[in-house]
Design a protein around this ligand. Structure first.
Ligand SMILES: Cc1cc2nc3c(=O)[nH]c(=O)nc-3n(C[C@H](O)[C@H](O)[C@H](O)COP(=O)(O)OP(=O)(O)OC[C@H]3O[C@@H](n4cnc5c(N)ncnc54)[C@H](O)[C@@H]3O)c2cc1C
Ligand code: FES
Length: 274
């Protein structure tokens, strides 16, 4: 059992949870994730490991309520336990001295960007971050990303804070005055698709962290199958990071919709029961 040590609401549907998980904290690295289950009959969902303390034996996750399992997770309180959790999973990010690294974070993509940006800064890179959300209440980790970035640009779809527009508009702003050596683009698949089309136009090598549906997280079930550069990979063991400019985005987007009707039914039914 993994005890919830702390819980904080960070956006209208977003939560940060600190979990006691000394073994996971021992080996967690930026770019990695875990898979958890909220109940014995529940599904397993992947979430990024945002932060950890090896000495205090905890890890932090941040998630947005979008369906049944994230809803049930959001209802757990401090002192409750998560019954099942496995991690760290996936390959860690390649933290090297690139020069100038741009982080393009959309919505809850900021949860995955934060540990990578921190590590890149520590390595001596210049860090430029664009943080985007639909409106100002949905911006997460703004304070933390400001601290870890040489430049932070905010974008909101409705113009309630920063530039009115999308992350790719923040990228255009940066490109007026900066040369980017590598970009990390993390967020909803559709945001990663369109933002990385922009970086391709400017010949900026770009890494994305893919978010297909996952079940086991160990390369056994095939549910996280993605196509990159014409080859099939399992995002849980071969990724989750890939070259953005080689990803078959249409396949990823269509696979994310496979269970849309069932997901909607499950969410509606759990809301009715509560
Ligand atoms: C490696 C990895 C790391 C992730 N890290 C985070 C994180 O740190 N924070 C966070 O909030 N989410 C993260 N996700 C997405 C998260 O796993 C899904 O939001 C979650 O599985 C939804 O479960 P659910 O039962 O609540 O909703 P579901 O009923 O499964 O889905 C409801 C709706 O959410 C969307 N959705 C479902 N699965 C995914 C998915 N894998 N990616 C994106 N959208 C999805 C779809 O629109 C779907 O219709 C990550 C995904 C991956 C693969
Ligand atoms: S989640 Fe099963 S193979 Fe990746």
């Amino acid at each position: 059992m993994f005890e919830i040590l702390r819980k904080k609401q960070i956006s209208p549907e977003g939560f940060l949870i600190r979990i006691k998980a000394p073994q996971v904290a021992q080996t967690a690295r930026p770019g990695q994730f875990l898979i958890l289950r909220v109940s014995e009959t529940g599904e397993r969902i992947p979430l990024t490991i945002v932060n950890w303390s090896r000495s205090r034996g905890y890890i932090d996750i941040a998630f947005q309520v979008v369906g049944k399992t994230t809803y049930l997770l959001s209802k757990l309180k401090e002192g409750d336990a998560i019954i099942d959790l496995i991690g760290p999973l996936g390959n860690p990010s390649k933290i090297e001295r690139y020069g100038t690294v741009a982080f393009l974070a959309g919505g809850f993509g900021a949860a995955a960007v934060l540990p990578i940006a921190r590590a890149m800064r520590k390595k001596g890179n210049r860090v430029l971050t664009v943080l985007g959300a639909r409106s100002k209440n949905y911006l997460i980790f703004e304070k933390e990303l400001k601290k870890t970035s040489d430049v932070l640009i905010i974008t909101t779809d409705d113009g309630s804070k920063g530039i009115r527009g999308f992350v790719k508009d923040g990228l255009s702003e940066i490109l007026n005055s900066e040369k980017i050596d590598i970009a990390y683009c993390i967020g909803p698949a559709v945001m990663m698709k369109f933002t990385s089309e922009e970086t391709r136009k400017h010949s900026i090598p770009t890494i994305v962290s893919l978010n297909p549906i996952m079940v086991d997280g160990t390369g056994m079930c095939g549910s996280c199958r993605v196509e990159v550069g014409g080859k099939t990979y399992f995002a849980c063991v071969d990724g989750p990071e890939f070259d953005a400019h080689l990803v078959n985005w249409d396949l990823l987007l269509s696979r994310l919709n496979y269970y849309k009707d069932e997901e909607k039914l499950a969410y509606e039914s759990i809301l009715k029961q509560r």
